[in-house]
Design a binder for this molecule. Structure first.
Ligand SMILES: [Zn+2]
Ligand SMILES: [Zn+2]
Length: 103
């Protein structure tokens, strides 16, 4: 019984680490790290935020990966022109992305 419990806890810990690992994208020669959907990320490789910082890379000013990786990210509550819900994620208190915050 004890063994099963230990395995259970190890598995849970593994899952927690996986979901909390913050992945950013940076090319080996690049000085910046990016979010997955940043157009400046190019042929970047995925790595953890901690690894990127350790390598001396800084956050991209275009995609602001640090903001994207905050826990409070939520899907924008705004609507696109064709009436579907905006798919952008936002950390703003209004719950809307930069494109919809004024609407
Ligand atoms: Zn970027
Ligand atoms: Zn939006």
């Amino acid at each position: 019984m004890k063994k099963i419990l230990i395995i259970f806890f190890v598995m849970m810990a593994g899952l927690a680490i996986k979901s909390k690992a913050q992945t950013v994208y940076a090319s080996p020669k690049g000085e910046k790290y990016h979010t997955a959907d940043c157009k400046l990320s190019g042929d970047a490789d995925g790595l953890t935020l901690a690894a990127a910082k350790k390598a001396g890379k800084t956050a991209c000013a275009m995609c602001k990966p640090d903001e994207h990786l905050k826990d409070k990210m939520a899907q924008c509550s705004g609507k696109t022109k064709d009436g579907t819900r905006c798919k952008r994620m936002t950390a703003s208190k209004s719950g809307k992305c930069f494109q919809h915050k004024d609407s």
